[in-house]
Design a binder for this molecule. Structure first.
Ligand code: NAD
Length: 492
């Protein structure tokens, strides 16, 4: 289909949020905002979590983004506030040492870097990057790098804090960190992305390091980006140190020192835990149905690995739209389609559906694997599933969580459910340090053991304190950190 035809068709197909209200159009594109009065809404935004806020049409997919007056007045949920509320909830139940909770409620270091990059046309653009190091009591800071238009310091703070909880629950010797750039990679050529990544790495300098702070992939970053970071970092140290710093990033391509099984690790960890949940509940996964939000690294791998259990994928939503086929969607075939077309939009073996229909589909399992704050009071109310296995970080806001609890929907919380990625990152780091290469069976076996052990620790904690799984996971994390702080004391 020609680009213009597709744009026109999408514009006609999208449903206005309301026909009765007076609408204003807010253009929100990559930090630039502007208000145009008395315009009409164009539809639902599929570009980002600002679902109800209008942006210009997305260039590649031809999907239209919307604006509404309602969106301008609605209070956005702050992920960092949610993370701190969750910490306080656990603190109230277990009465952790308040001094230690005081430490854990703050991030240790926050770095904001501004750096120039020469674009393809020769013009220089200034970019802003973040790295937040939340805590390193258990080991070096560890956490992903995200390239996304909605990256800001608050979000990175929240995600860094979640990493500390995650590594503590998994019992691995890492702390928590996160970083990112406020860019949409779709706006840049491959050459520009390489230059941006290298300049960002150079700007971070010795604030990252193989024994200090180890980045990995997250939203819109991948093994190629990790390889550029590694190469840049190696180029800035002395020649005899170069081969001692290959573990400065994880999630690298295998040939550049990556681990077998790292690319699928987060999805694999989710599936191991869904299998464990099913076994404990006496639930048969053969023939069970599942829906997935986000079909990038985490979502597509989780979807593909679930297929092995004989479960049926019936709906998927990503940034380009949502699709449904009650007879089943082949996740491998869909992954090939997404690789070629950039998203699930117009996948020929399923029908397009809207955001609300996607959330209301009757299925057994929902795997959110896109962005944060997707399961709100409204969308949780629509959900008709038995289990939510949180692949994304922070996909459920506190109001959404209350609704899930009221509806007695089981939840495997993010800080447990998506820890497969950081567990195999730890394996990659170990292999690099020891100059070892583990085969896939060894990686999968060790991942299964570690993540199922973590699940059992959380399960025991739900029973001990009679709390929900999210609170129990938080308690496991704080308990471990509290023990370490108590043993070591506070310097000086
Ligand atoms: P990715 O960039 O590979 O994929 C992101 C997916 O989300 C894409 O399919 C995109 O289209 C979709 N998406 C983005 N905005 C959306 C929206 N508004 N509505 C619906 N879909 C939308 O990223 P990823 O690495 O798969 O990460 C996904 C989530 O998992 C993030 O929350 C990330 O922090 C978390 N996570 C990733 C890893 C990892 O190893 N990559 C590990 C742990 C947690």
């Amino acid at each position: 289909m020609k680009k213009m035809d597709r744009k026109r068709r999408n514009k006609e197909e999208i449903t206005p949020i309301s026909k009765t209200r007076e609408w204003k159009l807010l253009y929100y594109e990559h930090g630039r905002t502007g208000l145009e009065e008395n315009s009409h809404p164009t539809g639902l935004c599929r570009h980002c979590e600002l679902r109800d806020i209008c942006t210009l049409p997305k260039r590649r997919s031809g999907v239209w983004h919307c604006a509404s007056y309602k969106a301008l007045t609605r209070k956005k949920t702050n992920l960092y506030e949610n993370v701190i509320k969750q910490l306080e909830k656990a603190e109230d139940i277990v009465h952790f040492d308040p001094d230690i909770c005081k430490i854990l409620a703050e991030t240790m270091n926050e770095l904001i870097v501004h750096f120039p990059v020469k674009m393809d046309g020769g013009k220089v653009k200034m970019l802003t990057g973040y790295r937040v190091q939340h805590n390193n009591a258990l080991g070096p800071f560890k956490g992903g790098l995200r390239f996304h238009p909605l990256v800001d310091i608050d979000k990175i703070r929240a995600l860094a804090t979640l990493m500390t909880w995650k590594t503590a629950i998994a019992n691995i010797p890492f702390g928590g960190a996160k970083g990112g750039l406020q860019i949409d990679p779709a706006d840049y050529s491959v050459e520009e992305l390489e230059k941006i990544t290298r300049r960002f790495t150079f700007a971070l300098g010795s604030n990252i390091g193989p024994e200090y702070d180890i980045p990995s992939p997250d939203v819109n970053t991948n093994p190629q980006i990790m390889a550029w970071i590694l190469d840049t970092y190696m180029s800035t140290v002395t020649p005899n140190e170069r081969n001692r710093c290959i573990h400065v990033v994880t999630g690298k391509p295998i040939e550049s020192g990556g681990s077998q099984g790292r690319n699928k690790a987060t999805g694999q960890g989710i599936v191991f835990l869904v299998e464990k949940w099913a076994k404990d509940q006496g639930f048969n996964l053969e023939g069970a149905t599942y829906i997935v939000q986000g079909f990038g690294n985490v979502g597509s791998w989780a979807a593909r690995l679930m297929k092995k259990n004989g479960s049926k994928l019936i709906a998927v939503e990503d940034v380009t739209g949502a699709i449904l086929n009650k007879e089943g969607i082949d996740p491998d075939d869909l992954a090939d389609y997404v690789k070629e077309h950039g998203g699930v939009l117009d996948y020929p073996k399923a029908q397009p559906i809207d955001h609300e229909t996607f959330f209301g589909i009757k299925a057994d399992i929902f795997i959110p694997a896109a962005l944060e704050n997707q399961i709100t009071a409204e969308t949780a109310d629509l959900l008709n599933v038995k289990l939510v296995a949180e692949g994304a970080n922070g996909p459920t806001d506190p109001e959404g969580d209350k609704v899930l609890q009221r509806k007695r929907i089981d939840v495997i919380p993010d800080i447990l459910c998506n820890s497969g990625g950081v567990i195999v990152s730890y394996f990659e780091w170990l292999q690099n340090k020891r100059s070892e290469f583990w085969d896939l069976n060894e990686v999968d076996y060790k991942l299964h053991k570690m993540i199922v052990d973590a699940y059992e620790r959380v399960c025991d904690t739900t029973k001990k304190f009679k709390v929900d799984w999210r609170t129990a996971a938080q308690i496991v994390a704080i308990s471990r950190l509290e023990m370490v702080y108590k043993e070591r004391g506070i310097f000086p």
